[in-house]
Design a protein around this ligand. Structure first.
Ligand SMILES: [Zn+2]
Length: 247
């Protein structure tokens, strides 16, 4: 969603009756393939809050050729990483927009302990109503590997898994007889590479929130709806214990 759309959407929608819960800033953490994107979408729809993705912010600033975007461009053209302070400024700009007032789902940020500390301080400095809370979607590594590498897709959209939900005939869709395919990213090698990145990036951030009781784990291997229900319950419990002045 671009900035203009974000502004247009503000005030135009109200949460459904009975969902007046204010989620505040939420960071969803989970390994690749755990269903983080699906859960983020469900929470955005339920609470009418935006997703704040540093990838999107960077693309937006570069496309609009803002000062921050051009500074990032220059570094990236030299093959350098965009430093924390530029990313932080882009996040600060975005969080100041009115559609973030009731909360937002953080995606790809904070990625480091330094960013997490910056965000905490930013929320204090701007008198934000709530600190960030973290929901970690947890699954057994081998189960996740089977879920991803066992996935087979029919061109018509039917989905199988050779371990948990195999077709009657190997490689053939039960419904329409089409040949099943495996996505080229659904391999052990891609999975291991992504897990490595996840573990390297996420490991330092979790203890920061855990030590302040702003962290909860949810079993990511339940039904999609059950996971959403549990996230909602955990979120409410965390907010109860992190009310302003309540810590
Ligand atoms: Zn099919």
């Amino acid at each position: 969603m671009d900035i203009a759309t974000a502004l247009d959407n503000t005030e135009s929608k109200h949460a459904e009756p009975g969902t007046d819960f204010v989620p505040g800033p939420v960071l969803l953490i989970g390994p690749p393939g755990v269903g983080k994107g699906t859960q983020a979408k469900a929470l955005m729809a339920e609470f009418n809050v935006p997703q704040i993705s540093t990838g999107d912010l960077l693309r937006d600033h570069r496309a609009r050729r803002t000062e921050l975007g051009m500074a990032a461009d220059e570094l990236m053209s030299k093959g350098q990483l965009v430093p924390d302070h530029l990313v932080n400024e882009m996040v600060a700009d975005r969080l100041a927009l009115p559609d973030c007032a009731r909360g937002y789902i953080l995606d790809g940020f904070p990625r480091t302990l330094a960013q997490a500390s910056w965000l905490d301080q930013y929320l204090i400095d701007t008198n934000a109503a709530y600190p960030v809370v973290v929901i970690s979607l947890v699954v057994d590594r081998d189960d996740l590997l089977k879920r991803i590498t066992g996935r087979r897709l029919c061109p018509q959209g039917h989905i199988y898994n050779i371990y948990s939900q195999p077709p009657k005939l190997e490689g053939i869709c039960d419904v329409d007889g089409e040949r099943l395919q495996q996505r080229k990213d659904d391999t052990v090698e891609v999975f291991e590479a992504r897990m490595k990145v996840f573990e390297a990036e996420t490991a330092p951030v979790i203890p920061h929130y855990e030590s302040q009781s702003r962290f909860a784990q949810v079993d990511g291997f339940q039904d999609v709806g059950q996971v959403t229900d549990e996230i909602r319950a955990r979120l409410k419990a965390l907010r109860e214990s992190s009310r302003p002045g309540g810590h």
